[in-house]
Design a protein around this ligand. Structure first.
Ligand code: NAD
Length: 239
């Protein structure tokens, strides 16, 4: 087993729980429903093809909401760890399933959004991504090609997550894998802990309650992210 003092390469997977105390609902908080639709049914390519107005309305609302929220102490602690660890020439990668921008607003830099970002529009005509803060329901033109065929740049159920080769390459060399505020229900992210463990990484879960894959972790600490994450980061940086 890897000693904490030997750790040089950390991969941190975050989920909706890390942003919950910033006031952004997790799927479970919202009861998994939005306007009587299952969230999973709004977040699919089939739903977008069937009823684009409904899907745009959902994402326009989420996009507007996240811009009123602020990073919390868990986001700041992870950004601080990123800064410190980089100063010491050590590797760290935050892989987030979140589509909000709270990690980067807190100052994290080594970050990948595997499920895309609310504040980015993807043009289905020219396939170019553009920063986007406003609504899409009125079908605005793409700022690059002018075609009114923008969609939210979020990875829907049934679509391929982003950055998979970079994520697996970081997991292959990780000596510590940490999962924070994720239910372990959505693949492939839910399988990362097994891959990390198989290649010898120490594994740690920080969550409000045991996730579906909690038995795969060597260690777990349960509590609100704004408490358990800063405590863990302080311990690591005090080593
Ligand atoms: P999830 O809703 O399935 O699970 C949330 C997890 O967070 C649960 O395990 C819960 O116990 C934990 N949690 C809740 N409050 C917490 C707190 N205060 N501190 C620590 N943990 C807490 O979310 P998921 O696992 O991220 O996966 C579902 C999908 O939902 C992802 O694909 C993600 O893209 C999407 N999503 C993103 C956001 C966001 O961007 N903020 C919000 C909701 C859903």
């Amino acid at each position: 087993m890897v000693e904490m003092t030997d750790i040089r390469n950390i991969v941190i997977l975050t989920g909706a729980g890390v942003s919950a105390e910033s006031g952004i609902d997790t799927f479970r908080d919202a009861g998994g429903l939005w306007e009587k639709h299952r969230v999973e049914d709004v977040a699919t390519p089939e739903a977008f093809a069937r009823d684009p107005d409904l899907v745009h309305r959902f994402y326009d609302m989420r996009r507007a909401a996240i811009q009123t929220k602020k990073p919390n102490d868990a986001h700041y602690a992870l950004a601080e760890l990123d800064r410190h660890w980089r100063g010491e020439g050590r590797n760290l990668l935050i892989v987030t399933q979140n589509v909000d921008d709270l990690h980067e607003r807190a100052g994290a830099e080594r970050l990948l959004h595997m499920h895309g970002e609310h504040l980015v529009a993807l043009c289905q005509a020219c396939e170019i991504r553009s920063p986007w803060t406003g609504p899409m329901q009125h079908r605005p033109p793409c700022p690059i090609c002018g075609t009114p065929s923008l969609r939210p740049d979020v990875v829907w159920f049934g679509e391929m997550p982003y950055h998979i080769p970079e994520i697996y390459s970081a997991i292959r060399t990780a000596d510590l894998f940490v999962s924070i505020g994720t239910s372990g229900a959505v693949y492939p992210a839910a399988g990362f802990v097994r891959d990390a463990k198989q290649q010898g990484a120490k594994t740690l879960e920080l969550n409000l309650e045991p996730s579906q894959g909690s038995h795969f972790f060597d260690e777990a600490r349960y509590g609100p992210a704004t408490e358990v994450v800063p405590e863990w980061v302080d311990e690591l940086l005090d080593l």
